[in-house]
Design a binder for this molecule. Sequence first.
Ligand code: KIV
Length: 263
Amino acid sequence: MKTIHDFQLMKKEKQKISLVTCYDFWSAVIIDESGIDAVLVGDSVAMVMHGFETTVNAEIEMMSYHVAAVKRGLKNKLLIADLPFLAHKKSYSFLIEAVDRLMKAGAQAVKIEGAGSNIELIKNLVEAGVPVMGHIGLTPQSVHLLSGFKLQGADDLSSKKILNDAHLLEEAGCFSIVLEMIPSELAKKITSELTIPTIGIGAGLHTDGQVLVLQDLLGLNKNFNPKFLRKYLNGFDLIINAINRYNSDVKEKTFPNEKESYR
Ligand code: KIV
């Protein structure tokens, strides 16, 4: 199993780090046998598995429920879980309770969106023994403030802020940082200046690793086609074809056959 120290080593040795999101037991069982280095139970679970429009609807109950399901299927991968919307803003005791629930459900690290006032909280968590992954650039929990899921850091001012936040997160003790939807030149600069690994999504080739939502790379959402996404399977068509073949077999009375029946 890869640890957060292996992440560090992989960056040093210029080996790319691969992450994928996972929200449920059966996907975890499959991913566990793959070459993927680590799994993120992202708050994107609210959108992908529960049909909400944004990640704002992810709650600590939802997150810990999915972390526990993933953990039951995942034996050999590092498991990182997202701290959901406002969980670190309600109160310090709410934050500690939320992190405690995620870790007790099976997470080995937590991911927190943004820098700013999070920096002190991150320092405290790291000091308390909790590995923290940062997340800057497009931070989906702030989708309404950002007016949509858009490229960030495209102008001088915002790119400087993102670079500065990356340094602050490293200094606060983050073991790694997700860079989402930023220009690849900015991601390259951050990656070269930091000693901790950067994990990109829509941030180009120069980050130390990549993360994708499992359902996106499997092509399960035919209406989600952002520029950064490569689909490795036409999952939607494959699945609907299988369901339709089963449907036809039932209606044409060819399923079950003799071999599939008990005597
Ligand atoms: O919630 C999520 O899936 C994420 C990744 C896109 C990085 O935060």
